[in-house]
Design a protein around this ligand. Structure first.
Ligand code: KG4
Ligand code: ZN
Length: 341
């Protein structure tokens, strides 16, 4: 018997956001996220504190997601959960919870790769006239842990064509923000200050890497030296130039990202480009990606703001396609801190 409407409850707890979503097919009925503020004062995510907060939040977040969706336990057809990549303790909380739901409701468990989730967020249906990317398309996936150029040939067919050989671009944003004395996560704050700044005022070094790969570790270090040197000459340098520093550094990171994107579009001839992951929330990156439409006569896909940073809706949509493909997990599935797309 074919199920007409598939209801999936999805849980995401790979890092520091506890999120639960309920989907009916490819439509999101609810998407509730509890952000953890506790890490701000430490300048980065503290894994042990993250898993404890997930434990505190998960029941409330799941209850609220069901309530907002107006869906009962008995209506659910499957439980989806992120199984990696991510922090071991954080993943364990979500996965253990999902396993017990799957067992007690006697419905399938679907383990989802977090990075596949970021990419497939583009297939969440929001309105009638919406256009989805067509296969194959290219996706620039930019988050706190990943920077990848991916060829997506099917809902579940991914090929990495380029990736960072050291730090992710999200780390390059967050580390620079920390050097500037801004709280974690610094990416959104750099974005905010950059809006008022001159992106041409300061120049930063570029790393040279082969093919379509990236490297951000040297850029991060050169930023540190740049700030230290200038502070020696003028102790108010950061205070007096914050907007210009943010705008110049942000623009530099974006130019580095776009260089390989353009090369890849040229070499593959693929005319559809998507962006995904937390850094795709960056307003200037969104603008510059959109500008490529005219420059390269391509079509671009930019996710809705709420589906850029970590959320369970993207896990739910991925699980929906896995469900249709009968790719289910057994209860012995374990979390993986590292996991290739
Ligand atoms: O995908 P995500 O929420 O979590 C991971 O899977 O890592 O990405 C988090 C990253 C952080 O580095 C954060 O600073 C960055 O996304 N980020 C931004 C912006 N919003 C989030 N970076 C630049 N500009 C933003 N507006
Ligand atoms: Zn993420």
């Amino acid at each position: 018997m074919q199920i007409l409407n598939t209801y999936i409850l999805a849980i995401e707890s790979s890092c520091d956001d506890t999120s639960c979503a309920v989907l009916c097919n490819n439509v999101v009925l609810s998407n509730i996220t509890a952000n953890q503020k506790i890490h701000e004062k430490y300048g980065g995510v503290v894994p042990e504190l993250a898993s404890r907060d997930h434990q505190k939040n998960i029941v409330l977040v799941v209850q609220e997601a069901l309530q907002v969706a107006d869906v009962k336990f008995e209506q659910l057809n499957a439980i989806a959960v992120t199984i990696g990549p991510g922090l071991m303790g954080s993943l364990l909380v979500g996965l253990s919870f999902a396993k017990s739901m799957s067992l007690s409701l006697n419905i399938p468990l679907i383990g989802v790769n977090h990075m596949q989730g970021h990419v497939l967020a583009h297939f969440i249906k929001d309105n009638k006239s919406q256009e989805f990317p067509k296969f194959p398309f290219l996706c620039l996936t930019v988050s706190g842990g990943h920077t990848q150029l991916i060829k997506v040939s099917d809902y579940l067919g991914f090929e990495i064509l380029g990736s960072t050989i050291d730090d992710a671009v999200g780390e390059a944003f967050d580390k620079a923000a920390k050097i500037l004395g801004l709280p974690y996560p610094g990416g959104p704050l750099i974005d905010k200050f950059a809006k008022e700044g001159d992106s041409m005022k300061f120049k930063f070094s570029e790393s040279h890497v082969n093919g379509y790969d990236y490297s951000f570790s040297g850029i991060k270090t050169s930023f540190l030296y740049f700030i230290q040197n200038n502070l020696q000459k003028n102790e108010n340098f950061v205070k007096e130039n914050l907007n210009d520093i943010c705008a110049s550094y942000q623009n530099h990171l974006i130019q580095v990202l776009l260089k390989n994107v353009k090369k890849l579009i040229h070499d593959t001839g693929i005319k559809q480009l998507a962006i995904a992951g937390g850094v795709s929330a960056n307003s200037e990156l969104r603008k510059q990606i959109k500008n490529l439409e005219e420059e390269l006569t391509i079509q671009t896909f930019i996710p809705k703001f709420e589906y850029c940073t970590d959320n369970a809706a993207m896990i739910g949509i991925t699980a929906y396609y896995k469900f249709l493909n009968n790719e289910l997990s057994d209860l012995g599935v374990i979390p993986l801190t590292r996991m290739s797309i």
